[in-house]
Design a protein around this ligand. Structure first.
Ligand code: BGC
Length: 385
């Protein structure tokens, strides 16, 4: 059987992450017990919740999802009676390292880190280890360090695969009049470990069509191979940069009435910029507006979906991620085994980090009400419904 790119990428032996979810969902894996090992003893020695400080390090306030993630996790931990220190780092890893350092100095028992550059936390994690502070990588894996205890995330490869599959399922509706399909791919921030997974998941689906010529890439910005994805990466996931990149492509390669039909955008912040570029270039919804993908179900993007400017988003119900991480923290504090459901997929170059994986899902205009409003993620009023 051919080895899929996913298997290569994840250095997974035989079980895919989805398989692992099914296989292990009822198991308590052998996480590292924080205290003496025997549950009864460790419960007895668990500190009073009010004496426990938990650090939460989020990458930036500039993107909607991290504000939501931080606030939700903080409130769950407070409900459990813990003290919290929630910090945002303006997308600068040095700043985040200082923040985590301060959390450790202040006596944090565990730190939850959504990193910026997951390869650049080394010394601060050694500090954490030396003080027996547990480190939970949140959403983004921390690479190249022994001192990452757990990882909680959505299945990042699947996020890209859902975008790619959506493109395959809907491509025929978006053909140009002469039958060609003009396709423009984008990728996420080169320093974010997740971005390569998103790209790999999408590229596994879409690249055969680029190779066969069914998809034409007028800008030429299709990476020669999957591992060249950083050549089309948008640093820091900036909407503005995605907008000017899309404007450049439209201005330089789409003269003479040629239209772009499909844009692979790995997330909603890039999709916002891409949509602005399309707006500015005279595209109109319902009249040759291209299929644009996304991820996160950010408010502005859901509104764009309702206005037929973005075809889909991959929704990661970040409340579930926070819920799971709060459970993990409680287990760490109480010296219990920490629940994970994947012990094979996320190799950070030094170790396979025990992971709790959650499932992302597609939302389209037709399912906004059912998925996002009925579940309470947004109110109807938020969306102008
Ligand atoms: C997250 C995405 C987010 C992106 C930009 C990624 O690591 O998984 O949900 O859109 O960062 O913040």
């Amino acid at each position: 059987m051919a080895i899929s790119r996913r298997q290569l990428l994840l250095s997974s032996v035989a079980v895919t992450a989805v398989g692992a979810l099914t296989a292990c969902s009822d198991e308590r894996s052998t996480g590292t017990p924080a205290a003496t090992g025997d549950d009864a003893d460790s419960m007895a020695s668990a500190p009073a919740a009010s004496d426990v400080l938990i650090g939460i390090a989020m990458p930036t306030k500039s993107l909607e999802r991290w504000n939501r993630d931080g606030a939700h996790l903080e409130s769950l931990l407070k409900e459990k009676g813990y003290q919290t220190s929630l910090q945002y780092a303006d997308n600068k890893q040095d700043q985040q390292n200082n923040q985590v350092q301060n959390m450790i100095n202040d006596g944090a028992m565990a730190v939850v880190i959504a990193s910026i550059d997951g390869t650049a936390l080394g010394p601060v994690l050694e500090q954490a280890k030396s003080r027996d502070v547990k480190v939970i990588a949140y959403d983004r894996l921390i690479n190249g360090s022994e001192n990452v205890d757990y990882y909680a995330t959505f299945d990042n490869f699947k996020v890209g695969a859902l975008q790619g599959q959506f493109i395959l399922d809907n491509k025929d509706e978006y053909k140009s009049e002469d039958g060609t399909i003009n396709f423009e791919p984008f990728a996420g921030s080169p320093d974010d470990n997740n971005a390569k997974f998103f790209f790999a998941g999408a590229w596994e689906k879409v690249s055969p069509l680029v190779e066969s010529g069914e998809f034409v890439v007028p800008s030429g910005k299709a990476p020669a191979s999957e591992d060249q994805w950083t050549t089309i990466g948008i640093p820091a996931w900036k909407s503005d940069t995605a907008q000017s990149e899309m404007e450049n492509r439209l201005n330089s390669f789409y003269g003479g009435g040629k239209k772009v039909n499909i844009v692979l955008s790995p997330n909603d912040s890039l999709a916002l910029g891409i949509v602005q570029a399309l707006d500015g270039s005279g595209y109109a919804p319902g009249d040759g507006w291209p299929l644009v993908t996304g991820q996160d179900a950010d408010l502005a993007n859901v509104k764009n979906m309702l206005a037929d400017k973005q075809a889909m988003t991959v929704w990661k119900d970040t409340r579930k991620l926070g819920d799971q991480v709060a459970v993990m923290i409680e287990q760490v504090v109480n010296g219990e085994d920490v629940e994970v459901n994947d012990t094979e997929s996320y190799d950070n170059g030094v170790k396979v980090v025990p992971t709790y994986l959650l499932e992302p899902e597609v939302v389209t205009k037709d399912t906004v009400q059912e998925k996002l409003v009925d579940s309470g993620f947004y109110t109807a009023a938020d969306l102008g419904l």
